[in-house]
Structure formats: structure tokens, C-alpha cells
Write a protein that binds this ligand. Structure first.
Ligand code: TYM
Length: 325
């Protein structure tokens, strides 16, 4: 089936990083002109771990600014905030009633996030059901995400199938859209995926000096991970070499990777190129910050209204089929 509509969401959990940019945002930039596109800030998901209200409120706005700064065009892609569309929570409840607990217990991200925690919230457990609701509400064809979210998108297909079988055809089954390379960017530690909570990120707002420090410390030759599901994880260096392919990049990269020499010069080049990519994004971000909050909040109120209307079309069907009307 040809793709016509896509949706993706990002959590407002601190500054976005290169992993988010490559795994999700670059796909939106590529597809926004071709497809009907929805992009939202997953603030309800961000509440599933301890947080401060004031910080969350600020981060939601910061993430929207970052969407615009990286080049998401709000004329082409509707940017909205999840919690401003109550249908997400409503559908999550309904879908949750159809899902055996065991299906959620085997979710990798839940296992990782709840590991060694004394108290795990019901919200964290239900997280993938809310994510299924996010996706199914908009009857999308595809969901561009990084590798770590694939299992969740698959669960949304399972839930759609269950509901359709039980109550009649209601939901479209969405496909996953993954980058060929870059669906899983490793952090600067070279061990785990780049993730804010692991402190191994290069942030989109990092200064050239910070980028340089982080790249200099970053592991160039991490031991190959023994096993992984799905796409092969790549280091920021491998990503860099594809993103900035040129003869000089190739030579220096080869020297460092193969002959284990000139790694300092190679890292300088990598840092310079990454900062060069980030500079216009940071400039635009600052311009947007300087415009203040008023227009941003007006935009978000208007876009939430559009999203609610779209979501409500699905919910009317869902409520009627499920016997709630
Ligand atoms: P989040 O906020 O953790 O990440 C946002 C997006 O960035 C991708 N990503 C990465 N890609 C490659 N390498 C990495 N190191 C890396 N780190 C993050 C993620 O895969 C994701 O695409 N649950 C989601 C948010 C969400 C959502 C949705 C996504 C809520 N509802 C509905 C799609 C559809 C999350 O926590 O992503």
C-alpha cells in the first residue's frame, strides 16, 4: 500500500540529540513534502518517570522550537502537543482493556526502564498502549522512528488487529519506517544507544567546544555488540562518514579506522562537521526563542484544534463500535 500519512512523536526529555535527529527527525524532513504529516510532543509519555511540572512545561515548548529549528515546516507537518488532544488518553484506556498484561510485560523498553527500580508507575507499564493510541487515532500508514521504538509500533498493529477483529474494521495497520543506516545511533561511550538518560549524547544545542570535547572522548572502535535485533547500531563516526562523505573524509577515516593513526585529526574533522551541521539549527533556534512564547502558544492551540478534529473522527467510530454510544 502506498504511504500517504505519517506520524511520529518525541518525548520532551531534555535537549534533543543526534540520535533523535537521525532516527526520527531527518525522516520527517525527508517525508514532510510527500506525505500528510503529524509530529507531536509526547508530554504524557514524559510523565511516566519522575519529573518536575515547571521543567516539563518549559521542555515541551523547547522541543517544539527545536522541531522548527531543524526545518520541520508547520505548513506541511502539523506540530502539536499530545496532552492537548484528550482523545489520546481516551483511546489508550479503550485499547488497554483489550490487551493481556503479558504482552506489556515483555516490552524491552519497559524491562530496561523498570529494571532495579523500586517503584514503577502504572503509567510506565501502560506506555506502549498510549503510544498505540497516538498512532491509531490518526489512521496513518507509517510511523518513522528509531529502532528502539519498533516493538512499540508493532504492538500498535497487534492492538489494531485485536480491536478490528472484536468490533469490526476500525483502524489502519501502520508500517514502521526505519532509516537504512542510523536507526540506532550509539552514544559517545560506544556501548549503548545514544540516550539522554545515559549521558552519552551529543545534543543539538551543544556548543562547538562541547561537541569537540565529546567527540575527542568518544570511542572510535567499540567492540562489536554481540547481538542486536533489527538494524545494526552505528557509531557517530560511521554516521558522520555517510553524512559527510567526501574524499578527504574517506582518507582520514580509513587512516584512523584501519591503520589506527591520525585519529586526532579525524576527530577534529568529525567535530567540525557536526558543529557545522548544528550551527544553522542553533541560530534558528535562538531566533525562535527571541520571538517569545505568545505566538508559539497560539500556534499550538490552533494545531491542537486541528488534531482534535482529526482524532475525533476516529473516536466517534471507536465509541460506537465498542458499545459506548
Ligand atoms: P524518544 O523521545 O525516546 O525518541 C524520539 C525518537 O528518536 C529516536 N531515537 C533514536 N534513533 C536512533 N538512535 C538513537 N540513539 C535514538 N534515540 C532516540 C526514537 O526511536 C524515536 O523515534 N515513545 C517514543 C515517543 C512516542 C512516539 C509515539 C513515537 C510517543 N508516541 C507515537 C512514534 C509514534 C519515545 O520515547 O521516543
Amino acid at each position: 500500500m502506498p504511504i500517504k500519512t505519517i506520524i511520529t512523536g518525541l518525548q520532551p526529555s531534555g535537549d534533543l540529540h543526534i540520535g533523535n535527529y537521525v532516527g526520527a527527525l531527518q525522516q520527517i524532513l525527508e517525508f514532510q513534502s510527500k506525505f500528510d504529516c503529524f509530529l507531536f510532543v509526547a508530554d504524557l509519555h514524559a510523565m511516566t518517570v519522575p519529573y518536575e511540572a515547571k521543567v516539563l512545561r518549559q521542555r515541551v515548548r523547547d522541543v517544539v522550537r527545536m522541531f522548527l529549528a531543524v526545518g520541520v515546516n508547520p505548513e506541511k507537518c502539523l506540530i502539536f502537543v499530545q496532552s492537548q488532544v484528550p482523545q489520546h488518553a481516551e483511546l489508550a484506556w479503550i485499547l488497554g482493556t483489550q490487551l493481556p498484561i503479558a504482552e506489556l510485560e515483555r516490552m524491552t523498553q519497559y524491562k530496561e526502564k523498570s529494571d532495579q527500580k523500586k517503584a514503577v508507575s502504572v503509567g510506565l507499564f501502560n506506555y506502549p498502549v498510549l503510544m498505540a493510541a497516538d498512532i491509531l487515532l490518526y489512521q496513518v500508514d507509517a510511523v518513522p522512528v528509531g529502532q528502539d521504538q519498533v516493538q512499540h509500533v508493532e504492538l500498535s498493529r497487534t492492538l489494531a488487529r485485536k480491536f478490528n477483529n472484536q468490533f469490526g474494521n476500525t483502524f489502519k495497520l501502520p508500517e514502521v519506517l526505519l532509516k537504512k543506516e542510523g536507526a540506532r545511533i550509539l552514544g559517545t561511550d560506544g556501548k549503548s544507544k545514544m540516550s539522554k538518560s545515559l549521558g552519552n549524547t551529543i545534543g543539538l544545542l551543544d556548543s562547538p567546544e562541547d561537541v569537540r570535547k565529546k567527540v575527542r572522548k568518544a570511542v572510535v572502535h567499540p567492540p562489536r555488540p554481540e547481538s542486536f535485533e533489527g538494524k545494526r547500531p552505528i557509531t557517530i563516526f560511521e554516521w558522520h562518514d555517510q553524512q559527510f562523505a567526501s574524499a578527504s573524509t574517506r582518507t582520514l577515516s580509513q587512516q584512523c579506522h584501519v591503520e589506527n593513526r591520525n585519529c586526532e585529526a579525524y576527530k577534529e574533522l568529525v567535530a567540525k562537521n557536526i558543529s557545522g551541521l548544528l550551527a544553522p539549527i542553533q541560530k534558528k533556534y535562538q531566533d525562535i526563542v527571541n520571538r517569545g512564547d505568545d505566538w508559539l502558544l497560539r500556534y499550538l492551540n490552533a494545531s491542537a484544534e486541528v488534531a482534535r478534529a482529526r482524532a475525533e473522527r476516529t473516536m466517534e467510530m471507536v465509541r460506537a463500535r465498542a458499545g459506548l454510544r
